[in-house]
Design a protein around this ligand. Structure first.
Ligand code: T1G
Length: 696
């Protein structure tokens, strides 16, 4: 059994090396090892050096221990014991010093790092705050402003910036242990002793009430950043021990909040969702070059994402004008990145000269390893394109469609190689949005699925497996909760009340503001497409069609649910829309009723959960966590709830079932309850149990 913390005396310096791959998380054994090492060193050394073996310093507390009974020694006590050591203690940092990792470093007396190192206190991304002294010690070395930025943003800062902030004492290139030993021996040679951060003067206070209010507003329901501000405030008004107690109390408040559960669910499943058991041992096909059919918004975004992933791209468009327009879109997006300093001019030139080409001839695709079709959403167009791809592409090339709802099985069946066909559904703008739905058709070969996920990883996407149905996972669920919103509008709520309620719930935008952003003509086309097969029991509204018939498609036409003025952010409610809605209510003889924000949120979420449960029950989504990650990374679902099915577990699935059954008394067709939800309640199980492999 390897030691979680190795101990070696090198001349006068006791070196403690953390040994807990992959990221030296500060689990119980590491904490105990640090304590034991410090005490042993105090008996035989003149200084202590703490480093991490492997790729990084401590990346924080062990998140896998959260929610379990806490085990001694507790991290705050370890940091304080290090600080109280009779010997000078030095941290030498490489990789990342995050959360509890930076707090250990702040517990030591001196900090040095290699230039590539990063430090941060990202606890708010887990729904908590730094709970091992970070809110008390950091402001004593870096001041309140820097501390506020670091903790409320949860961002990572470079070694150079950390040095400038006073967090680090030195930045030195070289082997992390070697620079640490040199620094420790310099400390000894200079006769310097321990330098407890906790004894540095209290930082000067700021207007914490204003900062707290601003953080609550910005949080849209997420409470960790604002709570952390109260902890930092304590550092200005208390000595270290009192401040640490205040920090601990606030930390435990957040640790016991459902938001912590939601955000840790997101943390682990963001990493787990692309690891499919069925792909274990399946090697993806090699992809160095891809073809993209279509240079419109989606085609250009997909091209840029591929180019930035280091792939060569051949873009195909119908004629030379369209080829030019598509190429200009690609260079425009990349030039934007150069202007924002996200891409160097040199890299831009290399991409545009060596990586990107465009043509109006499919023959240019003869050698590519994979093709993504991003053309007009019409089955005839898709089949014509795939027939061409079938003709020109080499054996073994993967043929993918970016369709957002069409039947991938039908597209595959139109080729002689259905096993090589897959859906790769990107979200607009494709070079920005993290979500990628990997749509697996009935005949898609396992190594083609593996190739889809490997491409997603190369493009730094969160790739989620989806089966084939109208709208796959995301758009299918969207249609349901949007319909629920439209029903509430018919019954008396205004679209603007619904948007306000859902932004208060945590969404960046409500459904009607999103519709205006995406373009009302998209929903209109979908309604027209589905009208012939609509079930007569389905309750429909026509106000949205009427506003489209009047030529109003939202932001792109300056009017939709909202009215948009040039140069002004956001829109103001469109009175014409309200007139259309009231006229429709009168026409349908509907007596308007009031909806509270809570009513709206509850119905909206129950509709989302109900459809999501059906998507899981049908196997379109393999696990509830897949649905959660789709909504988080493609539909702006608030991360602090972890996703709709995590939210349902946090509410209690029984209560969701009860509400759906009560809503069904108003509209049995729309609120037909998911059988999976009923089975979960009957078995006393949760969606998380299904994620853990249980069945009902
Ligand atoms: N605890 C447990 N496991 C962790 C972990 C952690 N802190 N960090 C990473 N892992 C796992 C991760 O799940 C994955 O596992 C593997 O390590 C590689 O991670 C008191 C209470 C360090 C920047 O929030 O941001 O300290 O999927 O795929 O892209 O104040 O991991 O392979 O099974 O992400 O190179 C604060 C969280 C904790 C940092 C590396 N710390 N980690 O990124 O690899 S709270 C954090 C990261 C705290 C104290 C409080 C990143 C990374 P698997 P990876 P990466």
């Amino acid at each position: 059994m390897t030691n979680a913390v190795e101990y070696q005396l090198i001349d006068d310096v006791a070196v403690l090396r953390a040994n807990n791959p992959p990221v030296n998380a500060l689990g119980q054994a590491v904490r105990a090892g640090l304590l034991a090492g410090v005490m042993r060193a105090e008996g035989e050394a003149k200084a202590i050096l703490i480093i991490g073996n492997g790729r990084t310093f401590f990346a924080g507390a062990d998140i896998k221990e959260f929610g379990k009974p806490p085990q001694e020694p507790f991290l705050p006590d370890v940091c304080t014991r290090i600080e109280q050591s009779t010997l000078p203690v030095i941290s030498s940092i490489h990789g990342t010093a995050l959360g509890g990792g930076l707090e250990v470093a702040l517990g030591t007396h001196y900090r040095i790092a290699v230039p590539s190192a990063k430090v941060g206190l990202p606890e708010v991304h887990l729904g908590i705050l730094p709970g091992a002294g970070g809110t008390q010690r950091l402001p004593r070395v870096a001041g309140v402003e820097n501390t506020m930025d670091l903790i409320t943003s949860g961002g990572h800062v470079t070694a150079a910036d950390a040095l400038a902030m006073g967090i680090l004492d030195a930045v030195e290139d070289g082997d992390v242990e070697a620079i640490g030993l040199t620094f420790a021996n310099q400390i000894l040679a200079q006769g310097k002793g321990p330098r407890p951060v906790g004894q540095l003067p209290r930082p000067d206070p700021i207007d914490f009430d204003t900062a707290h209010a601003a953080a609550m507003k910005k949080g849209r329901g997420q409470i960790a950043p604002a709570t952390a501000i109260r902890a930092i405030e304590a550092a200005c008004h208390n000595d270290l021990a009192e401040g640490l107690q205040r920090e601990r109390d606030l930390f435990m408040t957040l640790m016991n909040s459902p938001q912590r559960e939601g955000m840790i669910h997101a943390f682990f499943n963001e990493r787990a969702v692309s690891k499919l058991p069925e792909l274990k041992g399946i090697a993806p096909r090699d992809v160095q070059s891809i073809g993209v059919i279509g240079g419109g918004t989606m085609g250009a975004g997909i091209t840029v994402a591929a180019l930035l992933a280091g792939l060569n791209v051949v873009m195909i468009e119908r004629d030379s004008d369209a080829v030019k327009a598509g190429s200009d879109r690609v260079s425009g997006i990349l030039q934007g990145s150069v202007k924002r300093g996200k891409l160097s001019q040199g890299k831009y030139d290399a991409i545009m000269v060596g990586g990107f080409s465009a043509s109006d001839s499919y023959d240019a695709l003869g050698d590519v390893d994979l093709v993504i079709e991003a053309a007009f959403e019409e089955m005839g167009v898709k089949k014509a394109i795939f027939a061409e791809l079938d003709r020109v592409c080499k054996t073994g090339a993967v043929l993918a469609s970016n369709t957002s709802y069409l039947d991938v099985n039908e597209i595959a069946a139109s080729t002689s190689r259905p096993a090589d066909v897959i859906g790769l559904h990107f979200f607009s703008p494709a070079h920005v949005m993290k979500l990628l739905e990997v749509v697996v058709a009935d005949q898609t070969a396992p190594d083609v699925v593996a190739t889809g996920f490997a491409l997603g990883k190369a493009m730094r996407k969160t790739a989620v497996r989806s089966g084939v149905c109208d709208g796959f996972i995301g758009n299918r669920i969207l249609k349901t909760y949007r319909t629920c919103a439209d029903h509430m509008v018919l019954d008396g709520a205004s679209p603007f009340e619904i948007d306000d309620a859902m932004t208060a719930f945590g969404f960046a935008m409500g459904p009607y503001a999103v519709a205006d952003l995406a373009g009302l003509d998209i929903g209109w086309a979908t309604r027209k497409r589905l009208a012939p097969t609509r079930d007569p029991r389905e309750r429909i509204s026509t106000y949205a069609d009427k506003i489209c018939e009047a030529g109003h498609f939202g932001q792109k036409t300056g009017k939709g649910y909202y009215v948009y003025e040039k140069g002004k952010r956001g829109g103001t409610p469109n009175p014409e829309m309200m007139a259309l809605i009231e006229a429709e209510r009168t026409e349908l003889g509907i007596t308007q009723r009031a909806f509270t924000a809570e009513d709206i949120q509850r119905r909206y979420m129950c509709a989302m959960v109900n459809e999501a449960a059906k998507v899981v029950d049908e196997g379109i989504a393999a696990r509830p966590l897949d649905v959660d990650m789709v909504l988080l990374f493609g539909y702006g679902f608030p991360r602090h709830w972890g996703g709709p099915l995590k939210w349902a577990d946090l509410q209690g699935v029984q209560s969701i079932l009860d509400d759906i059954e009560s809503y069904a008394k108003e509209d049995a067709y729309f609120w037909e309850c998911s059988d999976l939800l009923k089975r979960l309640v009957a078995a006393g199980k949760t969606f998380e149990d299904l994620n853990m492999g249980e069945t009902v």
